[in-house]
Design a protein around this ligand. Sequence first.
Ligand code: FE2
Length: 377
Amino acid sequence: MERTVAKSEDKLVDAQDFLPLLGTDHVEIYVGNAKQSAYYYQAAFGFHVVAYSGLETGNKQQTSYVLQQEKLRLVVTSALTPENPINAHLAKHGDGVKVLALWVDDATKSWEETTKRGAISVQEPTRYKDEFGEVVVSSIQTYGETIHKFVERKNYRGAFMPGFEAKSSSFEVKPIGLQYIDHCVGNVELGRMNEWVKFYEDVMGFGLLLTFDDKDISTEYTALMSKVVSNGNGYVKFPINEPAKGKKKSQIEEYIDFYHSAGVQHIAVATKDIIYTVSELRRRGVEFLEVPATYYEDLIERVGNIKEDVKILQDLNILVDRDDEGYLLQIFTKPVQDRPTMFFEIIQREGAKSFGKGNFKALFESIEREQANRGTL
Ligand code: FE2
């Protein structure tokens, strides 16, 4: 498995192994129209449809498309009936991440270990079978109305899980080099970051990897605080943000105003070739945050030598940061639905294990320009 593994010098404190995680299994997004969202993720992001559940498979409640690119799996789901609770979720939050599913060896033990440490159960361990074997699933609540689903699939060889049928994209899909989830960020309400960090430490056995305070992450107008928690092997990293007091409305507050609760702010996806990935995304109509040309003027002085041509990075608006172990290249999409809520980050790590702290100021000023356009600053 090619994953970023936390090293001891990352100050990973006290990560425990009562909840061994093999990685992220999938991310499920509730959307207004799964068919059209699936088209967006195929045409723009280069995912292949690999499985489907809906009326044709006997599911009269909801429609789901499972989309895959290398190790990255997204599920987009919408409701087929007015009574389906997905509708209430959509009315309140708009399109957004409902499930951060974690791949485990034992979904029963994962549920037992976390619920006995205080997790609120959403689904007790449940076995689903079909002709391809069995999948065991359990789930617990995390911030807002988001849940963690534990997925045990070692005895399964079907397309996704029972209830789904294998399906292919109906047109030629061109992948863009997206590989796996690097990290997944949650926005929580003012004053609740430490509570959720404690949840990941106590209930999930994660360790605290990094802390950013409002001195690291503030502009003239807005501020936020952030802590990054990671599981023991470093395969799963969850930065948690909370708004901090600034002169104007923080981007985290804007998110919470529109999402109407805590929730997933962005999914960072790894690529080996960010120039290719971002060129393709732009060509296919995906919009990104823009930083001013001045960002690139002293770039090499700030980050040292890099393999990439700065002119190309500037044309694509890709950001660069360096830490003790190397550098990283990153860029952030604009929100991918109507509300200013969830977005994607594309990240290429060249040794660096950090999160682009050196880019926070330029990025937040860029977000503030977007907020000003929306009238929400
Ligand atoms: Fe990120």
